[in-house]
Ligand binder design. Structure first.
Ligand code: SAM
Length: 217
């Protein structure tokens, strides 16, 4: 069985009882960065062997893991944070397992965009999750203009070094729109800033933007 196990997005206590049981009992845990996942396992005194499965070894390691699954081993797939498969290499292993008709089960838990959507107070009955916005301004503005046509809540992931530039572009495309920017979700310095992109930008500049961000429009 391939167990797809969601892990915390910051607060180590956000791991379910079932996730702990499965991480303890599987033969192997496939993770993005073994150093990162070791911190979580140490917190729960889990001693299961780890193997890395990340962007650059996803094909070779994917075949290896599928062979182990086909031979009857139980493997847990985790990512650095949150739900495997949501913008991380987990997606590749899940698809490979599907192609090979291997059984799988998902142990639910945190996903950063869900926390941000709920805390934003924006309508959550219809939303579009757009992952990461493009790096370049023009491409970003074009994509934002396209998504604007959807007329529903929009959610994006963003990094600390790009958040200010993205807020510039969001302000230009969504004139007068109040948005929410969530950072450090579930962590000690969790913060949700609500208002126009400009006003949020001004508040972020004061303390130099730090951490990981989710933007909800
Ligand atoms: N698999 C993850 C999930 O379930 O949300 C997402 C992985 S993606 C590579 C990482 C991005 O998620 C970060 O750049 C950030 O935008 C967002 N993110 C993850 N943890 C977060 C947190 N604690 N607070 C705010 N955003 C977070």
């Amino acid at each position: 069985m391939l167990y797809i196990v969601a892990t915390p997005i910051g607060n180590l206590k956000d791991l379910t009882f079932r996730a702990v049981e499965i991480l303890q009992s599987v033969d192997l845990i496939a993770c993005e960065d073994t150093r990162h996942t070791k911190i979580l396992l140490a917190h729960y005194n889990i001693k299961t062997p780890l193997t890395s499965f990340f962007q650059h070894n996803r094909f070779s390691k994917g075949d290896y893991l599928v062979n182990l699954l086909a031979a009857g081993k139980n493997i847990a797939l985790v990512s650095d944070a949150g739900t495997p498969g949501i913008l991380d290499p987990g997606y590749n292993l899940i698809n490979l397992a599907i192609k090979n008709n291997l059984p799988m089960s998902f142990i639910p838990g945190a996903a950063a965009f869900v926390n941000a959507l709920v805390l934003s107070g924006k309508p959550a009955h219809e939303f579009y999750f757009g992952g990461f916005l493009p790096n370049r301004t023009q491409a970003r503005k074009n994509l934002l203009a396209k998504f604007k046509q959807l007329g529903c809540t929009l959610i994006f992931y963003e990094s600390s070094h790009r958040i200010l530039a993205s807020l510039d572009d969001i302000g230009e495309v969504f004139v007068g729109q109040e948005i929410a920017v969530a950072r450090e979700l579930t962590k000690k310095f969790e913060e949700v800033l609500r208002g126009t992109p400009k006003s949020i930008q001004e508040r972020l500049i004061k303390n130099k933007p730090r951490g990981e961000f989710v933007v909800v429009i």
